[in-house]
Write a protein of this length. Structure first.
Length: 121
């Protein structure tokens, strides 16, 4: 899927109030990072926008119109917290704002297998 320059500009504008936004080519699109964490990416995941949401809010978002579980290839789910949103569901800035707010509401925790903790002594 080709990247959507207009959507990239809209995401850029929606994140403009944040001081720590960076952009990086990733997942076949343009990812927007906040505080070093990927929050959204334009043009990949089988939809117009790939959105990283907190796992505990995944069910709230995956059922929204135009949203579905993101996939890496045919039938390979990216798992909870990865939502693909189609272009029709992003037509208006208020629609995009819902997804930007979802992605930036908290920093998603790393997968349990990669977390490091100090042993209890």
């Amino acid at each position: 899927m080709a990247r959507d320059a207009d959507l990239e500009d809209r995401v850029r504008a929606a994140l403009s109030a944040r001081s720590t936004v960076t952009e990086k080519a990733m997942f076949g699109g343009l990812a927007f990072m906040v505080d070093g964490k990927m929050v959204v990416s334009v043009g990949n995941g089988g939809g117009a926008l790939l959105v990283r949401v907190p796992r505990d809010r995944d069910d709230d978002y995956v059922g929204r119109p135009g949203a579905r579980r993101a996939q890496m290839g045919a039938g390979r789910s990216m798992g909870q917290g990865w939502i693909s949103v189609n272009a029709a569901a992003l037509e208006f800035d208020d629609d995009l704002r819902v997804w930007i707010d979802a992605a930036t509401s908290s920093t998603p925790a790393p997968p349990a297998a990669s977390r490091t903790t100090d042993p209890v002594q």
